[in-house]
Design a protein around this ligand. Structure first.
Ligand SMILES: O=C(O)COP(=O)(O)O
Ligand SMILES: [Mg+2]
Length: 229
């Protein structure tokens, strides 16, 4: 479970929600604005974040299912969510501990970095800018940039291609089963962080090649792996 990454790596492909940024508070607020507009009771943040991982349309479906079904309301609900989320996308979303130090360390080692997320680009770009992370990434691949979101391999393959790295030279770091399945389908090694949003699953059950305590710890382990080559 905690084998060191193989390498040598040229690129690190990093998930956004739950890995780089704790976006849960702003996502939960937008979900609760949406529920209020539909005349429904709010959900606790801890419940809403379990629905993060397969894109916002999927999250809205799951929030509606949790609060009384009515699939027919989905389009209106999604519009309410997106309006509220776009207006407050980075109010309380912050990098997790070790993220900035880890990105600095990866960059100092000459690794090329991509952010790979199921979140649509109109939310992702302002969020990366507002949290100060945008300049670390040579490529940002969003859910609406590919035909099939994670857990399909498309987004990781596109990110690696944009960075000029083969799958075997690309190391994925994520927080959910979507990242693990997508990385393995793309032929890439994958580590998961023990924090983040896992759709209710235990971190040990995700099937990752490694668990890394933080991005800073990941940057340390990739150094060791490279120097052992
Ligand atoms: O939008 C989502 O559901 C999750 O996005 P992620 O791929 O950055 O975790
Ligand atoms: Mg995630």
């Amino acid at each position: 479970m905690s084998a060191a990454p193989r390498g040598p790596f040229r690129a690190v492909l990093i998930d956004l929600d739950g890995t780089l940024l704790d976006t849960g508070p702003d996502i939960a607020s937008a979900a609760n604005v949406m529920l209020a507009k539909l005349g429904r009771a709010p959900l606790p943040e801890a419940r809403v974040v379990e629905f993060v991982g397969k894109g916002i349309a999927n999250l809205v479906t799951r929030v509606l299912g949790e609060t009384g079904g009515e699939a027919g309301k989905h389009d209106a609900a999604l519009a309410h969510f997106e309006e509220a989320y776009l207006a407050h996308v980075a109010d309380r979303s912050r990098p997790y501990p070790g993220v900035v130090a880890g990105l600095e360390r990866f960059r100092a080692q000459g690794l090329r970095l991509a952010c790979v997320t199921n979140k649509a680009s109109r939310f992702t770009k302002p969020l990366l800018a507002a949290t100060g992370l945008a300049s670390y990434f040579e490529a940002v691949v969003c859910g609406d940039d590919v035909a099939r979101k994670k857990p399909e391999p498309d987004a990781f393959l596109l990110a690696a291609a944009r960075l000029g790295a083969a799958p075997a030279q690309s190391w994925v770091i994520g927080d959910s089963a979507n990242d693990v399945l997508a990385a393995h389908a793309a032929g890439m090694a994958v580590a998961v962080v023990p924090y983040g949003y896992r759709e209710g699953l235990a971190v040990e059950s995700l099937g990752a090649d490694a668990v890394v305590a933080s991005l800073e710890a990941a940057a340390g382990s990739i150094t060791m792996a490279s120097s052992l080559e």
